[in-house]
Design a protein around this ligand. Structure first.
Ligand code: C5P
Length: 224
């Protein structure tokens, strides 16, 4: 890992606003972005396409290590390419999210993605969002932030995000799915969702994205 590149690690449960805040910060600061959840979602997608059993650690870890992926913002909007194919919208479904959280519990898969994630740290800086950015992937991060929000607000945000993408799911079903995923993410043996040591905790319930971004920027200037 290149310790001289500044990193802001943003962790938190599903729907806590990590992605929106990370993108807002990356835009404001002109830094690079790592959506680490997308990597686990990509492994889930590849597993489905190749019919890999979700407990076959070796083949899943190999897929994680070798999958040909590219994050591109060339056309103005973010695109995630798998072997040159645009899979951005396929990755966002709750089904892929749920499978991602199953493969993410396998140590071999996490290990295979570790260096891939670290290679995103490039000048002038990186905003990394996920579950273990501050605790495992970037323990030396300049600033570690842990975002939370009430379960109702997190379900509502996810619901709106999915609706904007034309995906229709019932709010109660989504709440149950999020609760299940959080429980699995918080209780797995490797890199469970935890507040990293030294992390600033922010409950974003009732806050606008702009307010959250401003708060993180204030913390960054204090940390610098
Ligand atoms: O953040 P997102 O909802 O895209 O993440 C999908 C799943 O990937 C999470 O539920 C979690 O199980 C896993 N994940 C992880 N570690 C990360 C990012 C995501 O285990 N750093």
């Amino acid at each position: 890992m290149n310790n001289s590149v500044p990193v802001i690690a943003i962790d938190g449960p599903s729907g806590s606003g990590k992605g929106t805040i990370a993108r807002g910060l990356a835009r404001k600061l002109g830094w690079h972005l790592l959506d680490s959840g997308a990597l686990y979602r990509l492994v889930a997608l590849v597993a489905g396409e190749r019919s890999l059993p979700l407990d076959d650690t070796n083949r899943l870890a190999e897929a994680a290590a070798t999958m040909d992926i590219e994050f591109s913002a060339a056309s103005g909007s973010e695109q995630i390419l798998l072997a040159g194919r645009d899979v951005t919208s396929q990755l966002r479904t709750e089904e892929i999210g749920a499978t991602a959280s199953i493969v993410a519990a396998l140590p071999g898969v996490r290990e295979a993605l570790l260096e891939r994630q670290r290679s995103f740290a490039r000048r002038p800086g990186l905003i990394a969002d996920g579950r273990d950015m501050g605790s495992v992937v970037f323990p030396q991060a300049t600033l570690k932030v842990f975002l939370t929000a009430s379960p109702e607000e997190r379900a509502r945000r996810r619901h709106n995000q999915l609706k904007e993408k034309g995906i229709d799911v019932s709010l109660p079903a989504l709440s149950r799915e999020i609760a299940k995923r959080d429980e699995r993410d918080a209780n797995r043996k490797v890199a469970p969702l935890r507040t990293a040591e030294g992390a600033r905790i922010l409950d974003t319930t009732g806050m606008t994205p702009t307010e959250v971004v401003e708060q993180v920027l204030t913390w960054l200037s204090e940390a610098a």
